[in-house]
Design a protein around this ligand. Structure first.
Ligand code: CA
Length: 234
């Protein structure tokens, strides 16, 4: 699965340039031109990284950044802030608001690409790992095999993708809609209850004795890996 990047920028020429270059690097790119529209989009779907312009119509980059940090689903979302030269003195405020990195306009494209790559690697080394582990669960991507406490677990393709997705984002809570978007793909229409069905199957297969459920239901929010489970497996 390629990393998904949301570019929030109102200058069309720059948006086109960023889209073209990020796309060429193999990222899955989406662009939004207004801060308030980005806020709405991010409530539906959380990307792997966001490139966020400081000055935006609707809602400023700073305010959007503050909102994202206040919500559990986007608290750890990597954010690269774009600032114009005159705004550079404001960068401290930007980083204090919660941006992970900032880059001053005009910038070189290779520079931005390097920052994106570095930040993605820091934020989710899991994305690049062959073997993902969580507690006593081990998922081997090369062999497409899942093992729990040394015993093989036979998962269907959808349950496998769900587990892989959770393991790539430990600690993050995903709504049904976000799971549909990320695991099934955003162009397919499937009822949200389908997610519950597959989560139920995944739970049963991973945890036949119903002793330790690695997946947590977050009331009103969705699903996440249970962090108590990871600690128990250490
Ligand atoms: Ca702007």
């Amino acid at each position: 699965m390629s990393a998904r990047i949301l570019v929030v920028e109102d200058e069309e020429a720059l948006t086109t340039l960023l889209r073209y270059n990020l796309d060429a690097e193999g990222y899955d790119v989406e662009t939004v031109g207004r801060g308030d529209d980005a806020d709405t989009r991010l409530k539906e779907h959380v990307p792997d990284l966001i490139v966020l312009d400081w000055m935006l119509p609707g809602l400023s980059g700073i305010e959007l950044c503050r909102r994202l940090r206040a919500r559990p689903e986007t608290r750890q979302l990597p954010i690269i802030m774009l600032t114009a030269r005159g705004e550079e003195s404001e960068r401290v405020r930007g980083l204090a608001t919660g941006a992970d990195d900032y880059i001053v306009k005009p910038f070189s494209v290779p520079e931005l690409l390097a920052r994106v790559k570095g930040l993605l690697r820091r934020a989710s080394p899991e994305r690049l790992a062959t073997i993902l582990t969580y507690g006593d669960i081990e998922l081997d991507r090369d062999k497409r095999r899942v093992v729990r406490s040394g015993r093989p677990v036979d998962l269907g393709p959808t349950e496998y993708r769900l587990l892989e997705f959770f393991l790539e984002h430990p600690g993050r809570v995903f709504s049904r809609e976000q799971l549909l978007d990320s695991v099934w793909g955003r162009d397919i229409y499937i009822d949200e209850r389908t997610v519950d069905v597959h989560i139920g199957r995944l739970r049963k297969l991973l945890n036949p004795g119903r002793e330790q459920d690695p997946i947590r239901t977050v009331r009103g929010a969705g699903y996440a890996l249970d962090d108590r489970f990871a600690k128990a497996g250490e």
